[in-house]
Design a binder for this molecule. Structure first.
Ligand code: F6P
Length: 369
């Protein structure tokens, strides 16, 4: 067993749940125990458990059988944030900085390091904690695939598979009833899920936040298909897609959340406009949280396992304020700061995007003259 001065590490899952979280937890616990004899404490419900000192030891038995399980055995929260802790006062929400309390819990529990599994919100908090002297290692999680520094996050592949399967199923109704089927997928301000699922599902139109769309251009694509005898069309729309006036559709705002804006509903706006312009019967499906549920794909299980293994190595080598990352087929690490500077969006020269365009997919742009 390799020698290390690290004795006990804490692990938490923050933000929205995501397929593969349990696979990371399992890999961290097994690597820590088997390779280094290090104890792991599971912190419950994201940062809530660090603020309120709610944690439990995780042994080999606790992680047995969880590799294919969706969700997180530790629970999670997208409102718990030590630097912006929501407290209700006479119906009003006040935010308090309770980071010193969380750091005190870290020391009282005799933790030597924290492994934080989460998206940009969680990594942001991790960065701030490390600035206050907490040894932190990040693991990039999100179905949205929008974290910089890593080519892919775990959860993305599973979300794309779920959305692709849904589009395959919607094809049958589209064809049988000669309808336009509008499918809304998640992804926040990045179009990765829409692009990945739209291309693999054979979408005719794919609308992503990175390319402002014109509803007339989308309608024209559908009518052009009709003129060619294609009596149905599939429109895949990212929840964060913007029209040519820069407008997006916000479903609601959750003040306590680390990321208060909830997108959603754009497919209904697009669906009714397309029905009006084209005169073709249109139906709308919002895939929502189905994309975050269920068992992770083999790719995500393997990526999550490598990330968990890498996170423990970073901890025992005392390479803190780093996030596990996947680049060019290799698992490596980047400073957490790199991951949170900007969102990773779909670049205009993305090869899947270019291939989609060359194979007749419309991104709703007006024809370039
Ligand atoms: O970041 C993951 C994600 O599923 C986004 O794609 C989506 O916009 C958001 O979380 C939904 O959040 P909630 O679970 O709070 O509704």
């Amino acid at each position: 067993m390799a020698k290390t001065s690290i004795k006990r590490i804490g692990i938490l899952t923050g933000g929205g749940d995501c397929p593969g979280l349990n696979a990371v937890i399992r890999a961290v616990v097994k690597t820590a125990i088997l390779d280094y004899g290090v104890q792991v404490m599971g912190i419950l419900n994201g940062f809530e458990g660090l603020i309120d000192d709610k944690m439990r030891p995780l042994g080999m038995k606790d992680v047995s059988g969880i590799l294919p399980l969706g969700g997180t055995i530790l629970g999670t929260s997208n409102t718990a944030n030590p630097f912006r802790h929501p407290v209700r006062n006479n119906g009003e929400i006040e935010f308090k900085d309770v980071s010193d309390q969380a750091i005190q819990v870290f020391h009282e529990e005799s933790l030597d390091a924290l492994v934080l599994i989460g998206g940009d919100g969680t990594q942001n908090i991790g960065f701030k904690l490390s600035e206050k002297g907490v040894p932190v290692v990040g693991v990039p999680k999100t179905i949205d695939n929008d974290l910089q520094g890593t080519e892919v996050t775990f959860g993305y592949d599973t979300a794309v598979r779920t959305a692709c399967e849904a589009i395959d199923k919607l094809h049958t109704t589209a064809e049988s009833h000669h309808r336009i089927m509008v499918v809304e997928v998640m992804g926040r301000y990045a179009g990765w899920i829409a692009l990945g699922a739209g291309v693999s599902g054979g979408g005719d139109v794919i609308l992503i936040p990175e390319i402002p769309y014109s509803i007339d251009a989308v309608a024209e694509k559908i009518m052009e298909r009709k003129r060619r005898g294609k009596n149905f069309s599939i429109v895949v729309v990212a929840e964060g897609a913007k029209n040519d006036k820069g407008e997006l559709v916000v479903q609601k705002t959750i003040e306590e959340s680390t990321d208060p804006i909830r997108l959603g509903g754009i497919s209904h706006v697009i669906g009714s406009k397309l029905e009006e312009i084209t005169g073709q019967e249109t139906r709308v499906t919002v895939l929502g949280h189905l994309q975050r549920g269920g068992s992770p794909t083999p790719f995500d299980r393997n990526l999550a396992t490598m990330f968990g293994w890498k996170a423990v190595q970073l901890v025992v080598e005392e390479k803190f304020n780093q996030m596990a990352a996947y680049q060019g087929g290799i698992v490596t690490s980047v400073p957490i700061q790199t991951a949170i500077e900007n969102l990773k969006t779909v670049p205009p020269d993305n090869e899947l995007l270019l291939a989609a365009r060359s194979t007749g997919v419309s991104f709703g742009e007006l024809e370039k003259k």
